[in-house]
Design a protein around this ligand. Structure first.
Ligand code: UD1
Ligand code: CA
Length: 489
């Protein structure tokens, strides 16, 4: 493999902050949107720029964040921030770790997840096209509160950044904000960070102070406007988290619509980043296509359906269903009101119907479990029809056991299959059967005792009740009917 990395570009991702405003036990950068942690979006965009090095700075919940980064970007270098707080300190330690690197350093925030690689590479290109030592990404937002404001001089050049907490009322009126994304020349960055002081409302070393320091040193600071202000959204609290999720989802839905997927109600349809949908898939309202779910051509999903890590075959119809780690065959029908748990495999043109729960079970091609059933740890052959209320009793308090049902089996309504048990090909079972022993191929299994009617029981034991009166009326009507018939005959 040839190395196509950019030797002049290093990326630093900041992820050491405590994320206090999230009020969460989970580190902020590990909160997910689109099924991916915030920092995963940042690392994915950065990777597309093919930097020679990627450094992630961690401290708060260090081990959890480092472990996640290890999975998301195995090549990234983890750097630990020390007890000195602030984005300036974080970048200083990252630059130390890049020892000797003399190119451009792209600094990203682990909590600014919506920036796309195109925007970042345009920022790097803009930086390289100018003689600036700092090029930052700015955005004009409707509500700038919380962000650092970009202050420009009389000629419109960037002069400094003031943090919201340190800003005067007048400065807070500025709507142009710092997106927290910058390209620095490594040497200038290192030199300027060395003179940053914690002389501010938070007592931290602010990376943003490098801007004013560079200007004082007579260097140029450039700013590029983000093409789409919403992409600069920083996630500091859960309101912003849901806003970021909504913006990302709108993008994802639109992308799949343009790829041939019908989405009836984009506002209530959620598609994770890892999901893959074919042309002519239809998604109906209130549908969530989560994790690595794959949906084949022509399938219809929803309304009110959640699929996690599922595979849905061509032309299948899945209505009002909750499914996890399930495989649904081509032309199959699922729902309404089905619950498919992990390990469910429904064959082509099969059916899992109303109020049916399945788990760790294979249901063969054209086989149907249409109503009110629990099927667990079961193998069902092809062309099987289970009557309403089929229950596999797979658990005896100690272990789970398997039920094996052959091809072409038809079961009566309200059967219990007490596992381990095997039903041979072509066998049939009677209504209400409790199947405890294997059934040979082609046999009819009956387990219910023959019915016995005790005539007159109500008259003898419940005299004078409504039931007794009703029975008496029915017998009288029957007598009269019989009489007429006898007369006619
Ligand atoms: C920061 C910027 C602000 C900008 C905003 C954009 C500073 C001082 N302010 O503010 O100008 O408008 O981002 O979203 O940089 N972090 C560390 N180590 C620390 C502190 C923070 O790695 O000691 C990381 C955080 O984990 C986070 C990022 O840096 O990923 C930004 O920190 P945060 O506290 O969220 O800064 P903001 O107040 O949002
Ligand atoms: Ca932030």
């Amino acid at each position: 493999m040839t190395d196509t990395r950019d030797p002049e570009l290093a990326v630093v991702v900041l992820a050491a902050g405590a994320g206090t405003r999230m009020r969460s036990e989970l580190p902020k950068v590990l909160h997910e949107i689109g099924g991916v942690p915030l920092i995963g979006h940042v690392l994915a965009a950065a990777a597309l720029l093919a930097p020679t090095r990627t450094v992630v700075v961690v401290r708060h919940e260090r081990d959890r964040v480092a472990a996640a980064v290890g999975e998301l970007a195995p090549d990234a270098l983890i750097v630990d921030q020390d007890e000195t707080p602030g984005t300036g300190r974080a970048v200083q330690l990252a630059v130390d770790a890049l020892a000797g690197f003399a190119g451009d350093v792209l600094v990203l925030s682990g909590d600014v997840p919506l920036l796309e690689a195109d925007t970042l590479s345009a920022l790097v290109a803009a930086h390289r096209g100018r003689d600036a030592t700092v090029t930052l990404l700015s955005a004009a937002v409707e509500d700038p509160s919380g962000y650092g404001r970009i202050l420009r001089d009389a000629s419109g050049d960037v002069e400094r950044i003031v943090e919201h907490r340190d800003a005067t009322d007048h400065e807070r009126d500025v709507a142009e904000i710092n997106a927290g994304v910058y390209v620095f020349r490594a040497a200038a960055l290192e030199a300027h960070l060395a003179v940053v002081t914690p002389d501010n409302a938070q007592g931290e070393l602010y990376l943003t102070d490098v801007v004013a320091i560079a200007r004082h040193a007579g260097e140029r600071v450039a700013a590029s406007r983000a093409p789409d202000a919403s992409a600069a959204l920083g996630v500091n609290d859960r309101v912003q988290l849901s806003e970021a999720a909504r913006i990302l989802n709108a993008r994802t839905v639109r992308r799949w619509q343009l790829a041939g997927v019908s989405v009836q109600d984009p506002a209530t349809t959620w598609i994770d980043q890892a999901a893959v949908l074919a042309e002519d898939v239809t998604l109906l309202p209130n549908t969530q296509v989560l994790r690595a779910t794959e949906i084949a051509r022509g399938a219809t999903i929803g309304p009110d359906t959640t699929l996690r890590d599922c595979e849905v075959g061509e032309g299948a119809v899945v209505r009002r269903t909750d499914a996890t780690l399930a495989v649904i065959g081509a032309g199959a029908q699922v729902g309404p009101f089905s619950y498919l748990r992990p390990g469910t495999r429904l064959g082509d043109h099969g059916k899992i119907g109303t109020f049916v729960e399945t788990k760790n079970s294979t249901i063969g091609d054209r086989s149907k479990v249409p109503h009110l059933s629990y099927i667990g740890d079961t193998e069902i052959g092809v062309d099987v029809n289970l009557g309403a209320g089929a229950i596999t009793a797979n658990y005896d308090d100690i272990a789970k056991h398997r039920t094996v049902i052959g091809d072409q089996v038809h079961s009566g309504s309200h059967n219990v299959f007490v596992a381990p048990v095997r039903i041979g090909d072509g066998a049939k079972t009677g209504a209400g059967a409790v199947i405890r022993k294997d059934v040979p191929p082609g046999a009819l299994a009956l387990s219910v005792a023959p019915q016995r009617n005790i005539e007159g029981w109500v008259d003898n034991n419940r005299p004078g009740t409504g039931a007794a009166a009703a029975a008496e009326r029915a017998r009288a009507a029957q007598e009269a009917g019989h009489g007429t018939q006898r007369q006619d005959g």
